[in-house]
Design a protein around this ligand. Sequence first.
Ligand code: FE2
Length: 203
Amino acid sequence: MSNQKTGSHTLPPLPYADNALDPVISANTLGFHYGKHHKTYVDNLNKLITGTDLADLSLEEVIKSTAGQADKAGIFNNAAQVWNHTFYWNSLSPKGGGEPPTALKQKIEASFGSVEACKKELATAATTQFGSGWAWLVKDGDKLQVTKTGNADLPLTKGMKPLLTIDVWEHAYYLDYQNRRVDYVNAVLEKLINWGFAADNDR
Ligand code: FE2
């Protein structure tokens, strides 16, 4: 019998029903995105770390200890995509959109001028990310800012604290919007973005 340490990361449950974000994000898209894409990252990560020193580490520890290492890119990419997707599901809510909670709203106004200006920066980051990636609202020191990352990359490895994210990989929107990424991004920002989650992360 083998005493190999096996990877034991699990797919966290979605924080809402798979049709809860319809019509902005359909149950069909969520079914593939969560049930296939996100699950595959978890399965691949577990396979890749089984029998290695990384098998005992938390997800964040795996990400931080493999970032920037060419020979660990496969592990980093799958680990980061597991983390990114869990963070993305929580960045959306069926009751999202609207105004941020007061304390966060004041910080947004201090950093961007207005909530509208912040949303506009998020939309620009999301629509100008070339190819696959992510748009983020992050805390960098005391200041909030918008940033974007390519493929699996994420702000955690750059010393910034993520508050919320929007997935702009084609698998996030193609079934519902085809090539119209801008329509997906604007609908998410107006109807689904979970400012309460961002406020919880800003603590
Ligand atoms: Fe995705």
